[in-house]
Design a protein around this ligand. Sequence first.
Ligand code: SF4
Length: 164
Amino acid sequence: MEKPISGVMIYYYIVCKRKLWYFYNQIQMEEDNDNVQIGKVIDENSYKREEKHINIDDIISIDYIKDKGILHEVKKSKKIEEAGIMQVKYYLYYLKQKGVADIRGKVDYPLLKQSIDIDLTDEDVKYIEAIIIDLKEIVNKQLPPPLEKKRICKKCAYFELCYI
Ligand code: SF4
């Protein structure tokens, strides 16, 4: 059965399509990875006062919503900045499909004390719809996409799986 597309899948689509394939096909190794653990500690400690992890339809998991109509995604670093931005744009896109249009987004980098404002443009909508088509094609293949060595591989939870 085809699974709904989550924000994390959009994030992985940009980061690494092989990682996306593993994740979609339920090969999950994230819990053991130190890098992910660091992310969780940041997540738990950075914004204690806000309401956190708002789940919508089990498809999007917003880190928190502060003020009226601004949803926030918390990231550890700006290394894969585009992926974090597209994840939030996808949240805005998904909410727009559900009739929630008057909402904006922010990607927060607590370690850098920075944040980026995110809006959804008509161009973004076209881009997201193209991503969704391509993403479905990738995850429904029998095998993951070939390994493409990247700088992020060393810190990826699937490193051992890819480089054995
Ligand atoms: S180790 Fe590299 S190629 Fe393999 S899933 Fe992770 S990022 Fe992708």
